[in-house]
Structure formats: C-alpha cells, structure tokens
Design a protein around this ligand. Structure first.
Ligand SMILES: Nc1ncnc2c1ncn2[C@@H]1O[C@H](COP(=O)(O)OP(=O)(O)OP(=O)(O)O)[C@@H](O)[C@H]1O
Ligand SMILES: [Mg+2]
Length: 148
C-alpha cells in the first residue's frame, strides 16, 4: 500500500512488473508536454519497465525497450510525443555539447530519463516534473518512490 511521507512523495512496494507499470501509468496521467521525469535505480531495478508503463498510458503502442546503446529513443505514436533517454553510457564523458539533448527535452515532449546521475550535465537547469527511484527488495519485489 502507498505510504505518503508527504503530499508529494509516495513509496509503494510492487510485487511484479504489472504493478510497477500501473504506478507509472498513474504518474503519466499527471504529466504534460515539456515535463521531464528522472528514473533512477540499480541495474535491473525496473526503470525501463516503469517507462514502458508510462508510455502505454500515453498511448505509445510500439516496443518500449532500453535505449542504452542509442542514448535516446523517440515515440511519436502516442497522444503526446515522448522521449526515452538512458544516460548510462555518458557516465564520465563530460565532454558532450550541452545542447545535445535539446531536441529530446523540448517543450513539446514528455521525457523520461534513465540513469540521470550518470551524467547530470545535459540535464542542468531543466525543470524536473518528477523523480522516480526503484529499489530491489528481493525477488520480484521493488520499492518505487515517486517525488513530484
Ligand atoms: N516489481 C517489479 N517491477 C519492475 N520490474 C520487475 C519487477 N519484478 C520483476 N521485474 C523484472 O525486472 C526486470 C527489470 O528490467 P528493466 O529493464 O525494467 O530494468 P532497468 O532498471 O531499466 O535496467 P537497466 O539498468 O539495465 O536499464 C524486468 O525483467 C522485469 O520484468
Ligand atoms: Mg533500463
């Protein structure tokens, strides 16, 4: 059951991917174009699973898979254009153009960013609508903390 630490932070334990996707869908319903959502957590914690749930709720029907090797993917078939970023491979790079992600993080799109801490530079100064943290609790259990 959700346990509200404050009006803006919820921590929920999920028992499998569908529950994590449902939480993501709930968040997606509160998002608007221009919103950036940071999604953190260890390898395999469920970041991409969370983003997939959000994308489905936004009407994206095609595959939503990890963009680790491409840094960014765009989904244009939903109700709102969506960007899906994974900054894992930028870790330690610190040499990219600060405008690198401008197209993905533009005002007309909703953007989900996995591994935002790997390289915070391209995100600096951009308003963040929500921060999501996923933690392994053993087996298929995860703690999902959403801060809005
Ligand atoms: N409660 C749960 N919530 C989310 N995923 C779960 C849960 N239980 C099991 N899983 C499984 O854990 C895996 C999570 O993989 P996913 O790609 O979403 O993680 P990730 O955090 O994006 O990993 P990476 O760091 O490699 O990007 C999937 O195989 C998913 O089915
Ligand atoms: Mg992932």
């Amino acid at each position: 059951m959700p346990c509200a630490d404050s009006a803006r932070v919820t921590r929920t334990e999920t028992l499998g991917p569908p529950e994590t996707e449902r939480l993501a869908a709930e968040l997606a319903g509160r998002l608007a174009p221009g919103d950036v959502v940071l999604v953190s957590g260890e390898l395999g914690a469920g970041k991409t699973t969370f983003v997939r749930g959000a994308c489905r709720a936004l009407g994206v029907r095609g595959p939503v898979t990890s963009p680790t090797f491409t840094i960014a993917r765009r989904y244009e078939d939903g109700r709102v254009p969506v960007s899906h970023l994974d900054l894992y491979r930028l870790a330690g790079a610190h040499q990219e153009d600060p405008a690198l992600l401008d197209d993905e993080l533009g005002p007309g799109r909703i953007a989900f960013v996995e591994w935002p801490e790997a390289d915070p530079e391209p995100l600096a100064g951009r308003p963040v609508a929500a921060r999501v943290r996923l933690e392994h609790l053993g087996g298929d259990r995860r703690a999902v903390t959403i801060e809005r």
